[in-house]
Design a protein around this ligand. Structure first.
Ligand SMILES: [Zn+2]
Length: 84
């Protein structure tokens, strides 16, 4: 067994799952959903394999050159009401 199937943060076992990644493309934030990753069963930290990160690089390159269009992102807005 290698360290690659253990969480670097808490030492728990990793299992196959997926994660959402938020990446920066210039001034824009791009969210890549359902990225295959090894996810810690304890703290939820996600680890991406070199293969997947290579694929992400490709996708981001396409996005930057305008070949790929991202769907507009809906951001939640929360109002914090402070009683004075
Ligand atoms: Zn962990």
């Amino acid at each position: 067994m290698t360290n690659s199937d253990m969480c670097a943060l808490c030492g728990s076992k990793l299992r196959e799952g997926s994660t959402d990644l938020v990446l920066k493309a210039g001034e824009e934030l791009v969210v890549i959903k359902k990225v295959p990753a090894l996810v810690c069963s304890c703290c939820g930290e996600a680890y991406i394999t070199p293969d997947v990160s290579e694929k992400i690089d490709e996708v981001m390159k396409e996005y930057r050159t305008g070949k790929l269009l991202a769907r507009p992102l809906v951001a939640g807005e929360i109002e914090l009401k402070m009683s004075a």
